[in-house]
Design a protein. Structure first.
Length: 266
Protein backbone atom coordinates (compact mmCIF):
# COMPACT_ATOMS: atom_id res chain seq x y z
CA UNK A 1 0.00 0.00 0.00
CA UNK A 2 1.47 3.33 -1.02
CA UNK A 3 1.29 6.04 1.60
CA UNK A 4 0.32 9.04 -0.55
CA UNK A 5 0.34 11.47 2.37
CA UNK A 6 4.01 10.84 3.13
CA UNK A 7 5.25 12.50 -0.08
CA UNK A 8 4.53 15.93 -1.46
CA UNK A 9 1.91 15.71 -4.22
CA UNK A 10 3.16 15.63 -7.80
CA UNK A 11 0.42 18.02 -8.87
CA UNK A 12 -1.40 20.53 -6.74
CA UNK A 13 -4.04 23.02 -7.72
CA UNK A 14 -5.07 25.80 -5.42
CA UNK A 15 -7.99 28.12 -5.91
CA UNK A 16 -8.05 27.45 -9.64
CA UNK A 17 -10.67 29.33 -11.63
CA UNK A 18 -11.38 29.50 -15.35
CA UNK A 19 -13.34 32.44 -16.69
CA UNK A 20 -14.67 33.21 -20.15
CA UNK A 21 -15.29 36.63 -21.50
CA UNK A 22 -18.15 36.75 -23.94
CA UNK A 23 -18.99 39.74 -26.01
CA UNK A 24 -22.75 39.65 -26.41
CA UNK A 25 -23.58 43.29 -27.01
CA UNK A 26 -21.93 44.06 -23.71
CA UNK A 27 -18.91 42.19 -22.39
CA UNK A 28 -19.92 39.53 -19.92
CA UNK A 29 -17.72 37.10 -18.05
CA UNK A 30 -18.72 33.59 -17.05
CA UNK A 31 -16.88 31.55 -14.45
CA UNK A 32 -16.76 27.98 -15.78
CA UNK A 33 -14.48 26.53 -13.06
CA UNK A 34 -14.67 28.11 -9.63
CA UNK A 35 -11.98 28.11 -6.95
CA UNK A 36 -10.92 24.50 -7.31
CA UNK A 37 -8.25 22.94 -5.08
CA UNK A 38 -6.93 19.43 -5.59
CA UNK A 39 -3.80 17.33 -5.04
CA UNK A 40 -2.60 14.30 -6.94
CA UNK A 41 0.20 11.99 -5.84
CA UNK A 42 2.58 9.76 -7.76
CA UNK A 43 1.06 6.35 -8.49
CA UNK A 44 -2.40 7.60 -7.65
CA UNK A 45 -5.48 7.46 -9.87
CA UNK A 46 -7.90 10.26 -9.14
CA UNK A 47 -11.16 10.25 -11.09
CA UNK A 48 -13.13 13.38 -11.83
CA UNK A 49 -16.83 12.84 -12.40
CA UNK A 50 -19.63 15.28 -13.13
CA UNK A 51 -22.36 16.00 -15.65
CA UNK A 52 -21.74 17.39 -19.10
CA UNK A 53 -20.72 21.04 -18.83
CA UNK A 54 -19.54 20.77 -15.20
CA UNK A 55 -16.01 21.90 -16.15
CA UNK A 56 -14.09 18.63 -16.35
CA UNK A 57 -12.43 19.23 -19.71
CA UNK A 58 -11.57 22.82 -18.75
CA UNK A 59 -9.86 21.48 -15.64
CA UNK A 60 -7.79 19.15 -17.84
CA UNK A 61 -6.98 21.95 -20.28
CA UNK A 62 -6.00 24.29 -17.45
CA UNK A 63 -3.49 21.71 -16.16
CA UNK A 64 -2.07 21.21 -19.66
CA UNK A 65 -2.07 24.93 -20.43
CA UNK A 66 -4.21 24.41 -23.54
CA UNK A 67 -7.34 26.38 -22.66
CA UNK A 68 -9.25 28.16 -25.44
CA UNK A 69 -7.88 31.62 -26.22
CA UNK A 70 -10.85 33.45 -24.67
CA UNK A 71 -10.35 31.75 -21.28
CA UNK A 72 -8.52 33.28 -18.33
CA UNK A 73 -7.12 31.08 -15.61
CA UNK A 74 -6.32 32.23 -12.07
CA UNK A 75 -5.00 30.40 -9.02
CA UNK A 76 -1.88 28.34 -8.35
CA UNK A 77 -0.75 25.23 -10.18
CA UNK A 78 2.28 23.39 -8.85
CA UNK A 79 3.99 20.38 -10.38
CA UNK A 80 6.88 18.57 -8.72
CA UNK A 81 7.15 21.29 -6.06
CA UNK A 82 7.52 24.17 -8.54
CA UNK A 83 4.92 26.51 -10.01
CA UNK A 84 3.65 25.16 -13.32
CA UNK A 85 3.92 28.07 -15.69
CA UNK A 86 3.69 28.30 -19.47
CA UNK A 87 7.45 28.03 -19.91
CA UNK A 88 7.72 24.83 -17.84
CA UNK A 89 4.65 23.39 -19.52
CA UNK A 90 6.25 23.79 -22.92
CA UNK A 91 9.09 21.46 -21.92
CA UNK A 92 6.97 19.05 -19.85
CA UNK A 93 3.97 18.64 -22.14
CA UNK A 94 4.15 15.47 -24.20
CA UNK A 95 7.13 14.26 -22.17
CA UNK A 96 6.37 14.21 -18.42
CA UNK A 97 2.81 15.45 -18.67
CA UNK A 98 0.56 13.66 -21.14
CA UNK A 99 -2.94 14.33 -22.32
CA UNK A 100 -5.19 11.63 -23.68
CA UNK A 101 -7.84 13.76 -25.38
CA UNK A 102 -11.59 13.33 -25.24
CA UNK A 103 -12.06 12.84 -28.98
CA UNK A 104 -10.18 10.82 -31.55
CA UNK A 105 -10.49 13.86 -33.83
CA UNK A 106 -7.13 14.85 -32.30
CA UNK A 107 -5.64 12.30 -34.68
CA UNK A 108 -4.63 13.53 -38.14
CA UNK A 109 -6.98 11.88 -40.68
CA UNK A 110 -4.39 12.20 -43.46
CA UNK A 111 -1.43 10.59 -41.70
CA UNK A 112 -0.89 6.88 -41.06
CA UNK A 113 -1.26 6.01 -37.40
CA UNK A 114 2.28 4.60 -37.27
CA UNK A 115 3.71 7.96 -38.30
CA UNK A 116 1.53 9.74 -35.75
CA UNK A 117 2.86 7.53 -32.97
CA UNK A 118 6.46 8.25 -34.08
CA UNK A 119 6.00 12.03 -33.75
CA UNK A 120 8.15 13.38 -30.94
CA UNK A 121 10.20 10.17 -30.58
CA UNK A 122 13.96 10.15 -31.06
CA UNK A 123 14.27 9.66 -34.87
CA UNK A 124 17.07 7.11 -34.42
CA UNK A 125 14.89 4.73 -32.41
CA UNK A 126 11.40 5.91 -33.39
CA UNK A 127 10.59 2.85 -35.52
CA UNK A 128 11.54 0.44 -32.77
CA UNK A 129 9.73 2.45 -30.06
CA UNK A 130 6.61 2.71 -32.20
CA UNK A 131 6.55 -1.08 -32.61
CA UNK A 132 7.03 -1.49 -28.85
CA UNK A 133 4.15 0.91 -28.16
CA UNK A 134 1.98 -0.94 -30.67
CA UNK A 135 2.77 -4.24 -28.93
CA UNK A 136 2.07 -2.72 -25.52
CA UNK A 137 -1.32 -1.45 -26.62
CA UNK A 138 -2.30 -4.57 -28.56
CA UNK A 139 -1.99 -3.16 -32.08
CA UNK A 140 -0.66 -5.44 -34.83
CA UNK A 141 2.46 -4.23 -36.69
CA UNK A 142 0.68 -3.78 -40.01
CA UNK A 143 -1.85 -1.39 -38.44
CA UNK A 144 0.94 1.21 -38.57
CA UNK A 145 0.33 1.66 -42.30
CA UNK A 146 -3.39 2.38 -41.87
CA UNK A 147 -5.18 5.72 -41.62
CA UNK A 148 -7.50 6.58 -38.71
CA UNK A 149 -10.69 6.00 -40.75
CA UNK A 150 -9.64 2.38 -41.30
CA UNK A 151 -9.61 1.62 -37.56
CA UNK A 152 -12.38 0.67 -35.11
CA UNK A 153 -13.23 2.88 -32.11
CA UNK A 154 -11.35 0.57 -29.74
CA UNK A 155 -8.26 0.56 -31.97
CA UNK A 156 -8.32 4.36 -32.24
CA UNK A 157 -8.32 4.57 -28.43
CA UNK A 158 -5.23 2.34 -28.37
CA UNK A 159 -3.56 4.59 -30.93
CA UNK A 160 -4.36 7.63 -28.76
CA UNK A 161 -2.63 5.90 -25.86
CA UNK A 162 0.36 5.06 -28.04
CA UNK A 163 0.65 8.68 -29.21
CA UNK A 164 0.30 10.07 -25.67
CA UNK A 165 2.37 7.78 -23.49
CA UNK A 166 6.14 8.13 -23.42
CA UNK A 167 8.60 6.41 -21.06
CA UNK A 168 9.25 9.74 -19.38
CA UNK A 169 5.60 10.26 -18.44
CA UNK A 170 4.86 11.12 -14.79
CA UNK A 171 1.39 12.64 -15.06
CA UNK A 172 -1.40 11.51 -17.37
CA UNK A 173 -4.61 13.45 -17.82
CA UNK A 174 -7.12 11.21 -19.59
CA UNK A 175 -10.29 12.98 -20.72
CA UNK A 176 -13.16 10.52 -21.19
CA UNK A 177 -11.04 7.68 -22.56
CA UNK A 178 -13.91 5.17 -22.55
CA UNK A 179 -17.08 6.65 -24.15
CA UNK A 180 -18.91 4.51 -26.66
CA UNK A 181 -16.55 1.61 -26.19
CA UNK A 182 -17.49 -2.03 -25.95
CA UNK A 183 -17.20 -3.23 -22.29
CA UNK A 184 -14.07 -5.27 -23.13
CA UNK A 185 -12.42 -2.20 -24.62
CA UNK A 186 -13.35 -0.17 -21.52
CA UNK A 187 -11.74 -2.79 -19.30
CA UNK A 188 -8.63 -2.64 -21.47
CA UNK A 189 -8.35 1.16 -21.21
CA UNK A 190 -8.73 0.92 -17.44
CA UNK A 191 -6.09 -1.79 -17.29
CA UNK A 192 -3.67 0.47 -19.16
CA UNK A 193 -4.33 3.31 -16.73
CA UNK A 194 -3.78 0.97 -13.79
CA UNK A 195 -0.48 -0.23 -15.29
CA UNK A 196 0.70 3.35 -15.61
CA UNK A 197 -0.20 4.07 -11.99
CA UNK A 198 1.52 0.92 -10.81
CA UNK A 199 4.68 2.19 -12.52
CA UNK A 200 4.38 5.39 -10.46
CA UNK A 201 2.55 7.67 -12.88
CA UNK A 202 -0.08 10.00 -11.46
CA UNK A 203 -3.36 9.64 -13.38
CA UNK A 204 -6.22 12.11 -13.55
CA UNK A 205 -9.14 10.23 -15.10
CA UNK A 206 -12.05 12.33 -16.31
CA UNK A 207 -15.16 10.28 -16.90
CA UNK A 208 -18.94 10.15 -16.93
CA UNK A 209 -18.69 6.50 -16.01
CA UNK A 210 -18.89 6.23 -12.26
CA UNK A 211 -18.31 2.46 -12.40
CA UNK A 212 -15.13 2.91 -14.43
CA UNK A 213 -14.03 5.47 -11.84
CA UNK A 214 -14.71 3.11 -8.94
CA UNK A 215 -12.92 0.27 -10.72
CA UNK A 216 -9.54 2.04 -10.93
CA UNK A 217 -9.46 5.20 -8.82
CA UNK A 218 -8.55 5.57 -5.17
CA UNK A 219 -10.33 8.91 -4.86
CA UNK A 220 -13.18 10.43 -6.83
CA UNK A 221 -13.66 14.17 -7.25
CA UNK A 222 -17.24 15.23 -7.84
CA UNK A 223 -17.80 18.33 -9.97
CA UNK A 224 -21.04 20.21 -10.40
CA UNK A 225 -21.52 23.42 -12.40
CA UNK A 226 -17.87 24.37 -12.27
CA UNK A 227 -17.35 23.60 -8.62
CA UNK A 228 -15.55 20.73 -6.99
CA UNK A 229 -18.09 19.63 -4.37
CA UNK A 230 -16.09 16.92 -2.66
CA UNK A 231 -13.33 14.37 -3.09
CA UNK A 232 -14.66 10.99 -2.03
CA UNK A 233 -12.96 7.73 -1.18
CA UNK A 234 -13.80 5.45 -4.14
CA UNK A 235 -14.86 2.74 -1.68
CA UNK A 236 -17.64 4.98 -0.39
CA UNK A 237 -19.52 4.47 -3.67
CA UNK A 238 -21.09 1.28 -2.38
CA UNK A 239 -24.35 0.10 -0.83
CA UNK A 240 -26.54 3.06 0.06
CA UNK A 241 -23.60 5.49 -0.15
CA UNK A 242 -23.73 6.26 3.58
CA UNK A 243 -19.95 6.87 3.65
CA UNK A 244 -20.05 9.54 0.94
CA UNK A 245 -19.28 12.92 2.48
CA UNK A 246 -21.37 15.13 0.20
CA UNK A 247 -25.15 14.88 -0.24
CA UNK A 248 -24.78 15.52 -3.98
CA UNK A 249 -22.44 12.53 -4.34
CA UNK A 250 -24.98 10.41 -2.47
CA UNK A 251 -27.82 11.60 -4.73
CA UNK A 252 -25.71 10.91 -7.81
CA UNK A 253 -24.91 7.40 -6.60
CA UNK A 254 -28.41 6.48 -5.48
CA UNK A 255 -30.02 7.82 -8.65
CA UNK A 256 -28.10 5.41 -10.89
CA UNK A 257 -30.27 2.86 -12.71
CA UNK A 258 -28.09 0.14 -11.16
CA UNK A 259 -29.21 1.41 -7.74
CA UNK A 260 -32.90 1.34 -8.71
CA UNK A 261 -33.10 5.16 -9.02
CA UNK A 262 -33.63 5.38 -5.27
CA UNK A 263 -33.79 8.85 -3.80
CA UNK A 264 -30.90 9.20 -1.33
CA UNK A 265 -31.67 7.88 2.13
CA UNK A 266 -34.59 5.70 0.99
N1 LIG B 1 -14.58 27.88 -25.57
C1 LIG B 1 -15.53 28.19 -24.66
N2 LIG B 1 -16.10 29.43 -24.63
C2 LIG B 1 -17.04 29.73 -23.70
N3 LIG B 1 -17.47 28.89 -22.75
C3 LIG B 1 -16.95 27.65 -22.73
C4 LIG B 1 -15.95 27.22 -23.67
N4 LIG B 1 -15.61 25.94 -23.40
C5 LIG B 1 -16.35 25.58 -22.34
N5 LIG B 1 -17.16 26.60 -21.92
C6 LIG B 1 -18.10 26.59 -20.79
O1 LIG B 1 -17.55 25.82 -19.75
C7 LIG B 1 -18.48 24.80 -19.33
C8 LIG B 1 -17.68 23.55 -18.97
O2 LIG B 1 -17.17 22.95 -20.15
P1 LIG B 1 -16.34 21.59 -20.14
O3 LIG B 1 -16.00 21.29 -21.55
O4 LIG B 1 -15.23 21.68 -19.18
O5 LIG B 1 -17.42 20.56 -19.59
P2 LIG B 1 -17.25 18.99 -19.32
O6 LIG B 1 -17.54 18.74 -17.88
O7 LIG B 1 -15.95 18.52 -19.86
O8 LIG B 1 -18.46 18.41 -20.21
P3 LIG B 1 -18.52 17.03 -21.07
O9 LIG B 1 -18.77 15.96 -20.07
O10 LIG B 1 -19.70 17.26 -21.97
O11 LIG B 1 -17.25 16.87 -21.82
C9 LIG B 1 -19.43 24.63 -20.48
O12 LIG B 1 -20.71 24.34 -20.02
C10 LIG B 1 -19.42 25.95 -21.15
O13 LIG B 1 -20.42 26.78 -20.57
NI1 LIG C 1 -15.40 17.23 -21.37
Amino acid sequence: MINFAARPPLLSLEDLSVEFTRNVGRVRSVTAVRSLSLELGEGEILAVIGASGSGKTLLAQAILGILPANATVTGQLRYDREPLDEKRLRTLRGREISYIPQTVSHLDPLMTVGRQVRIGLDPRTAGLRQRELFARYGLADDVARLYPFQLSGGMLRRVLFATSIRDSVRLVVADEPTPGLHPDAVAEVLRHLRELAEAGTAVLLITHDIFAAIAVAQRIAVMHQGELLSVEDARAFAGDGADLTHAFARDLWCALPQNQFRPAGA
